[in-house]
Design a protein around this ligand. Sequence first.
Ligand code: ADP
Length: 241
Amino acid sequence: NFDSPSVLSMHDAGVHFDGVKAVDGVSLSVSRGEVLGLIGPNGSGKTTTLNLLSGMLRPTVGAVMLDDSDLSRLSMRKRVHAGVVRTYQSGRVFERLTVFENVEVAALGAGLRRGAARAAARSTLTQLGLDDVADLPADSLTAGRIRTTAIARALAAQPRFLLLDEPAAGQNETEAVQLIESIRGFAREHGIGVLLVEHDMPVVMGTCDRLHVLDSGRTVIEGEPQRVRKDPQVIEIYFGK
Ligand code: ADP
C-alpha cells in the first residue's frame, strides 16, 4: 500500500565510482517508528548509502524499495513525495527568516494549509527544544542549533522516513543525546522511520534501536547496540590499531 509504506530498504545495492566500490552489496531496512544508526570509519560508504536511499545517487546494482515499490529510478523529488526526506550535514536553512518561519515554510512547502503549518511548526519546535530561539533569525544561531532547525524543517514536512546526516555534529554530548532522544520520541509518536549517520559512538549506542556497521563499503554487522559493541570486528575498527 503506497499510501502508508512501512519499510524503506536497500537490497544488495552497490555503487562504483571509477573502479572504487563505495558501496558493495549492502542490504538494510528501516521500519516506521524505529531508529537505525549507520556507522563506520571514514570512507566506509555511509554518505553513499544515504545518497542511494534519498535518490541523490542511483545504484549500479541492487535496488531501493519502499515496501513493494521499487524506488531505484525515482528522483529525489518523487521520493520526498513518497515520504522519504533527507537532511544535510551543513543544515540548510533560510538565514534571514526566523527559526519559526523556517519551519513554517517547510510545512507549507509540504502542502499543509497555513493554520496546520503554524501548528506543525509550533509543536516541532517545542519537541526539538527550540522554543527559546523561535523568533530569532536563523543566522544568529550556533552551528548546532542551525542543524537542529534543519531537522525541524524536515520533520515539519511530516516525512515517513527521515535520513539524517550527522545530526549530533557541532553539539556537545548532552545536547546531542537530547536532540536524538527528541528525534526518537518524535519518530515513535508519528511513526517515522529514522536512519542516522553519526560518528559519535556514545550517542548512537544510547539512542539507536539497531546499528548497521559498514567498513570498505560492506556490512560488518547489524544488530542491537549492545550486541554490536561486543563484536570483535567492530572493536578492531573502533578501538584497535
Ligand atoms: P563515508 O560517508 O562513510 O565517509 P563515503 O560514502 O563518503 O564514506 O565514501 C565511500 C568511498 O567512496 C570512499 O572511498 C570515497 O572516497 C568514495 N567516493 C564517494 N563519493 C565519490 C565520488 N563522487 N567519486 C569518487 N569516489 C567517491
